[in-house]
Design a protein around this ligand. Structure first.
Ligand code: ADE
Length: 390
């Protein structure tokens, strides 16, 4: 990647010779060129600013040196769509990890650093006719100029270039990579000044470690950056209750979303949950005990049960696809089992024979495979049962 920076304080960029960015420059991964805007000013004092048209405080950067700079640096570039001109500005669009990732795919960035009250607007309008232009803000505060913002942006972009990181996984797992803040991290010693590393991290149980990290990332994000998180991802505002007729519409929508994966795993099976109408759902709501789980007001899970002799038929266990893997299914299953009347001795359910992940989840919850749903009841499904233990 080539980056050209234009500034009246080129010395600001000296730190980009250090550390990993310095290495990337040495290795040729990054071709960073810093230019002094005054090099394109021609009067004796190399003037680049003037008072604002219409009056007011401060000074504005004049357009002529910028025009010459962009001509000489050939902002159009040879590769269409692969070069961008970035103007750091407190009135720009927010700089985010997604924007950094987009810029990291480009072949060329030109960064124009403003100072004082800003750059004459005609500079930006003129360049916009020649190349893709972005005015980008580092945050809702005002710096003295674009240099510090440009440094931050360059670092965030360059570290995403393929080959920059020794271990590319560190980029995948860090804050913002999945829309959440990163979980807390620890290292040796195990105890320091009376403070211990959380036990789970030294347990060797990788599944438990992953779940703990997910949970910590969610909690931290919910506490510090609630704007990043949909309320349905937080368990604080949660409601588990018996279904009401008014839930039917959302339940229909949720079950269709949930059984699409099932259909993919069991392509030859006819899955009623995918073809039922609102009327069908309203009907079975009257015949089954149904629990629904809401988070942040959103219907995110459900399960149903009803007696059949001495067994409790469990079914329609569903969790919104974006919230799977957080243990909600296991909780709903335990809750619907607990709704069984006293005469029940066995829990029984069916799932697609090809749904390996579901089968494993039920087995972890104590269910055993007890047959194929061949007897005509549920073709293509397997039956799982569990003895009641109270
Ligand atoms: N220049 C001055 N303040 C800025 C900010 N917050 N972001 C980007 N560039 C700036």
């Amino acid at each position: 990647m080539r980056i050209d920076v234009i500034s009246i304080f080129p010395d600001y960029f000296a730190p980009l010779d250090l550390s990993l960015i310095g290495k990337a420059r040495e290795s040729g991964l990054l071709d960073l060129r810093v230019h002094d805007l005054r090099g394109w000013a021609h009067d004796r004092h190399r003037t680049v600013d003037d008072s604002p048209a219409g009056g007011g405080a401060g000074m504005v950067l004049r357009p002529e040196p910028w025009g010459e700079a962009f001509d000489e640096l050939d902002v159009e570039g040879a590769e269409l769509n692969r070069s961008v001109v970035v103007f750091p500005s407190p009135s720009g669009v927010p700089f985010t990890q997604d924007l950094a990732a987009d810029l990291a795919t480009r072949a060329r960035l030109v960064v124009g650093c403003g100072r004082y009250e800003g750059i004459d607007q005609r500079v930006i309008d003129h360049v916009a006719g020649r190349a893709e232009v972005l005015e980008v803000s580092l945050g809702d505060y005002v710096l003295n100029g674009g240099e510090v913002a440009a440094m931050a942006m360059i670092e965030a972009v360059v570290r995403l270039l393929p080959g920059f990181m020794g271990n590319p996984d560190s980029v995948v797992e860090e804050s913002h990579a999945d829309g959440l803040l990163e979980y807390p991290v620890y290292t040796r010693p195990r105890t320091w000044r009376g403070l211990d590393i959380p036990d789970v991290l030294t347990s060797g149980d990788h599944g438990a470690i992953t779940r703990w990290r997910q949970d910590q990332a969610l909690r931290r994000t919910a506490r510090r950056r609630p704007d990043l998180i949909h309320p349905s991802r937080v368990d604080a505002d949660e409601e588990l209750r018996l279904v009401q007729p008014a839930d039917a519409g959302e339940l229909l929508t949720l079950q269709r979303a949930c059984w699409v994966q099932e259909q993919q795993a069991n392509p030859d099976v006819d899955i009623p949950a995918l073809s039922e109408t609102l009327h069908d759902v309203e009907e079975w709501l009257r015949e089954w005990v149904v629990l629904v789980l809401r988070r942040g007001g959103r219907l995110v899970g459900a399960a149903r049960g009803r007696t059949h002799g001495t067994s409790w038929d469990v079914g329609r266990l569903m969790v919104a696809p974006d919230l799977q893997g957080l243990g909600l299914g296991r909780r709903l299953l335990a809750e619907i089992e607990a709704c069984a009347p006293p005469e029940v001795t066995t829990y029984e359910l069916y799932t697609g024979a090809g749904s390996a992940e579901n089968i494993r989840m039920y087995q972890r919850a104590g269910y055993r495979l007890s047959g194929w749903g061949d007897a005509g009841e549920v073709p293509g499904a397997v039956r799982l049962t569990k003895r009641r233990r109270d």
